[in-house]
Ligand binder design. Structure first.
Ligand SMILES: CC(C)(COP(=O)(O)OP(=O)(O)OC[C@H]1O[C@@H](n2cnc3c(N)ncnc32)[C@H](O)[C@@H]1OP(=O)(O)O)[C@@H](O)C(=O)NCCC(=O)NCCS
Length: 163
């Protein structure tokens, strides 16, 4: 279990290098996720799933129950394994565990991540909803709200009144 913990952090901090120079400089820090932060996220109810290849961890993805919705949190695939379907398998798996709408928050500048979610059936929610959703379901600073987008799966989109 502790070995898994270290291996999970290694995947997160390796994959998060993709953000370097892309996300706002004032939000980048190294390591991107600390041991304490991962422990805190688990204590706050993020359930992590991992993918393995040849006995090594290749990806991690968390899902967090927030009552009327579930959030996908901390999706990371080892940089040498990206674009081979690991993220898609993990996303399908965590989505299959819940029967409520699923939301995902990511950096607006992480265009590859937005493409990844869109090709897996998620839609960027209209900006009018975004700030409210981030404030309601996430605990992130105002600066991160400004620079993030929220994507939702079909179940969430269907539940919205038509405008
Ligand atoms: C986003 C991420 C989790 C997706 O996992 P993955 O295993 O690479 O994704 P899959 O192989 O299942 O799907 C690949 C698709 O995702 C998108 N994608 C993933 N990585 C990409 C990259 N570096 N550049 C462009 N598109 C990318 C593309 O649409 C790609 O399809 P394509 O290869 O046919 O163009 C992974 O790439 C990652 O860890 N990236 C860095 C960290 C990150 O952005 N995490 C998201 C946090 S919300």
């Amino acid at each position: 279990m502790e070995a898994d913990f270290a291996a999970m952090l290694a995947i997160v901090n390796d994959a998060a290098n993709a953000y370097r120079g892309v996300i706002p400089a004032d939000r980048w820090h190294e390591p991107y996720m600390s041991t304490d932060e991962l422990a805190r996220e688990i204590a706050e109810g993020v359930v992590f799933w991992v993918a393995e290849q040849d006995g090594h961890l290749s990806g991690v993805m968390g899902i967090q129950d927030k009552g009327d919705v579930a959030l996908v949190r901390h999706a990371y695939v080892a940089s040498n394994t990206q674009r081979s379907g690991v993220g898609t398998s993990l996303l399908r798996h965590v989505e299959s565990l819940v029967d409520k709408p699923v939301l995902i928050g990511t950096w607006a500048a992480a265009s590859w991540a937005i493409d990844f979610y869109r090709r897996n059936g998620f839609t960027v929610v209209p900006s009018g909803h975004k700030d409210r959703l981030l404030r309601t379901y996430w605990s992130i600073p105002a600066r991160q709200i400004e620079t993030s987008v929220v994507l939702a799966n079909g179940r969430w989109m269907e539940a919205q009144p038509l405008h």
